[in-house]
Design a protein around this ligand. Structure first.
Ligand code: ADP
Ligand code: MG
Ligand code: ZN
Length: 471
């Protein structure tokens, strides 16, 4: 029997992919020269007055639509006051009482539904760059004022696996919706993990801790495993846990106390007097909904109904927007969805299977060219796969390799017949076995012909010719 139930709630941040920042007109772009995407507003100069980026509001609403949230018809922005060098205004513009989206949630593969509490819009802070000891710290305000959505779950998550699946699903949905890139290594998506334990089956929550700003799936899983066992150990020893913020150190694989509840800051939230509250009509929401691209569920349904794919294929192909787009581009080139799906699943996905972010090493055009050669029986499947790998290795176009390696040189039926006769004459045992059970030796015979032809003979033709020689 399990001693404790694990209770986890996530606060997930994602930077929105708007062209400009949330409350000024500066460019919202990663990787620019430090402090070039800045202005008096986002650097907190006296007299700077914010504007509100309509696209950021729309994107936040789209995020809400992705997860079935209720979109509020009234929303406000609040100042969350605190001083830190990466926050030159000394307050973060966020939403406390009246966020844009409430409720909704995400269904996991085990059938459990993780409820969302809210999604609100706020701004990101600048970035501190710590130099070596005694060399000080630099600050880059380019990121300051980047629109950020915070998606807060209810404490419905019960394991590291569920947490990671939820994050992956939410990340992919935002990417599908075209509102965020969620590049983990650029800090485009990160999350705070709240964890508590309670006696198995009990309905009363235990004391929770929070680990902030974890920015990879692997770290989230490790941080949860660590904190769960730390709390379980303490509880077993009869220790009292304290509500505190702990810092996850990914290198050491441990966490440390940062601050306890007593030290928690009072942010003195109040409505930002420089930004009008906004009202959102049902028509506004419907207009935004109309501009939503197809989300994974919709694409999956389309693949099954329109393309006749099995559910398994549809599921796998829509796990990532990249793969899904790639597949659709291939189908647009060559209308053989199932054939294309097979090649992607069998040949391409295995190449990138351990990578979280990848591009396939061959273009849609080149892949469909190869599939078409195989389907038109110009080359056989084995040669097709060889050709694919050679395109990947050499970066040459498949047309070029086909010419260079003379792949289209077909083996005539007469040649195949001649080889079959050789096989017949040299293998009396096989001839004998064929009489009893042709299927048992077919593979061997085909293999002999392939060997003699360098794999270029057509499987179907061989199969048709075997009886002529062996019967
Ligand atoms: P705060 O405003 O202090 O951050 P919230 O009530 O907004 O607190 O909760 C923040 C996150 O903590 C939410 O994701 C919520 O689900 C989670 N949470 C709340 N209580 C617990 C608990 N006892 N154990 C684990 N997670 C919790
Ligand atoms: Mg919190
Ligand atoms: Zn600015």
């Amino acid at each position: 029997m399990q001693e404790y139930d694990v209770v986890i709630g996530l606060e997930i941040h994602a930077e929105l992919a708007t062209k400009t920042k949330c409350f000024c007109n500066c460019k919202n772009e990663f990787g620019c020269e430090p402090n070039t995407n800045t202005c008096p507003v986002c650097t907190g100069m006296p007299g700077g007055l914010p504007i509100l980026n309509k696209t950021a509001v729309e994107y936040c609403i789209k995020a809400g639509l992705c997860f079935g949230c209720d979109i509020n018809d009234y929303a406000e922005f609040d100042r969350k006051n605190y001083f830190y060098p990466d926050l030159p205004t000394a307050y973060q513009i966020s939403q406390l009482e009246y966020p844009l989206c409430l409720h909704g949630g995400v269904k996991l593969s085990n059938g459990r539904f993780i409820r969302l509490n809210r999604i609100h819009l706020e701004e990101d802070a600048g970035k501190l760059i710590h130099l070596g000891p005694d060399e000080g710290t630099l600050v880059d305000y380019n990121r300051g004022g980047t629109p950020l959505i915070e998606m807060v779950t209810e404490p419905d998550i019960t394991s590291a696996e569920e947490a990671v699946e939820l994050l992956k699903k939410m990340r992919e949905a935002l990417i599908f919706a075209g509102i965020a890139n969620c590049k983990m290594e650029e800090g485009g998506m990160r999350c705070d993990v709240n964890i508590s334990l309670k006696p198995a089956g009990s309905s009363k929550f235990g004391v929770r801790t929070e680990m902030k700003n974890i920015n990879s799936f692997k770290s989230v899983a490790r941080a949860i495993e660590y904190e769960v066992s730390r709390q379980a150990k303490a509880l077993r020893l009869g220790e009292k846990l304290t509500q505190e913020t702990r810092k996850w150190d990914d290198e050491k694989g441990k966490n440390f106390v940062m601050r306890t509840k007593e030290q928690a800051t009072d942010y003195r939230y109040f409505p930002d007097p420089d930004i009008f509250p906004i009202s959102i009509s049902r028509d506004d929401v419907e207009a935004i909904r109309k501009t939503m691209p197809m989300l994974p569920d919709e694409r999956r349904a389309r693949y099954i109904e329109e393309f006749g794919l099995p559910e398994y294929d549809a599921e796998l192909l829509t796990n990532s927007k990249y793969v899904s787009d790639y597949f659709e581009n291939c189908v647009a080139n060559y209308n053989e969805p199932k054939k294309i799906s097979n090649w992607i699943m069998v040949e391409l996905l295995k190449i990138v299977k351990d990578q979280e972010e990848f591009v396939f090493p061959i273009s849609e055009k080149d892949l469909t060219y190869i599939i078409k050669l195989v389907e038109d029986k110009k080359i056989n499947k084995t040669t097709g796969v060889k050709l694919l790998n050679k395109v990947i290795e050499t970066g040459k176009a498949p047309e070029v390799i086909v010419k260079e390696d003379n792949l289209l040189a077909t083996i005539s039926e007469d040649e195949i017949l001649a080889i079959l006769k050789d096989v017949y004459n040299n293998n009396p045992k096989v001839v004998e076995d064929y009489k009893n059970n042709p299927n048992k030796v077919k593979g061997f015979i085909i293999g002999q012909v392939m060997r003699a032809t360098g794999g270029k003979a057509n499987n179907g033709v061989i199969v048709n010719l075997i009886p002529k020689v062996f019967e």
